[in-house]
Design a protein around this ligand. Sequence first.
Ligand SMILES: Nc1ncnc2c1ncn2[C@@H]1O[C@H](COP(=O)(O)OP(=O)(O)OP(=O)(O)O)[C@@H](O)[C@H]1O
Length: 323
Amino acid sequence: MTNRTLETTSAAADFVSAEETEPALAARTENLSVRFAGVPALDRLDLRLAPRKIHGLLGRNGSGKSTLAATLAGFRRPDEGRVLIEGGDLGTAVEPYENAVATSRICLIRESGDLIAAAPVKHALGLAASLRPNWDEDLAGELLDRFEVPTNKKVQKLSRGKKSALGVVLGLASRAPLTIFDETYLGMDVPSRNLFYDALLADYAEVPRTIVLSTHLVSEVSTVLEEVVILDNGRLVTQAPVDALRGRGASIVGPAAVVDDFTAGFTVLAEEKLGGTKSTTVLGDLDPALLAQATAAGLEIGPVGLQDLFVHLTATSSKGDRR
Ligand SMILES: Nc1ncnc2c1ncn2[C@@H]1O[C@H](COP(=O)(O)OP(=O)(O)OP(=O)(O)O)[C@@H](O)[C@H]1O
């Protein structure tokens, strides 16, 4: 056996053992409804979050993302239906609400931070270390340095961006089998958010676990996500792997007149023109004959952008009964 084969075999073995030994939780909702003063924020949701995947929870403002995140984490009791969490050392499926063991395995980081404002940052870190069974002190230190979060300051004295960064540090270093970031990183500037995405992917590769990123910054997170849940008006619009979603349409690029000719009859999601070149994003399947025709006409075909699809799906769904 060559060295290279040996290395490959050992890397594969490491991967398999990480898959088998690292804790990760699966979650599902069954007919889940949550109402505020009788108005549904979540309306009969049935969805599944597979373990060891990075899920995007996408929706426009007020679509129910935060309510779903809080209910998944056991912060809120469903009005109807249920949330079930399973896997890891939890054994069979359990409802997280008022379940101390389950909630210690779920880390929800919210924009509000849920931190004691008057306490120093190091107090928040100490509390997380005592509550989180998988807390990684070294990772926390490394991330605090990277995001330049001062640990002696009181939480309330941090800028919005540094508070968000503290949330990211707490969320990642907790290494919880189900980790949910509810738009926490939105207070961070673009370079810091990029640092977050890099840190998330690097740590996820080391300790694969179930991650949920709730956001409306769809294009920015699209390269990080494996699975997507789209909500609108408290209802599930779609749930699918990112690749499958991207296959629901295509972007066609080429000379404007040729693109217009080719895309006539398709539902157009987006159009962009630069000089004589045009890019049109369409919905629908391009069969092999059409693809061959496009290539012969000198057109370039690519997958549909997640953002274009998101805008289309939520716009269509919102035409119904808005609350
Ligand atoms: N505590 C509350 N009291 C009353 N209504 C609420 C409460 N929390 C949420 N809602 C309502 O529930 C619906 C869903 O809100 P939610 O915050 O879950 O949406 P979201 O997708 O997270 O929105 P955003 O992207 O703006 O944060 C909205 O209509 C909102 O007004």
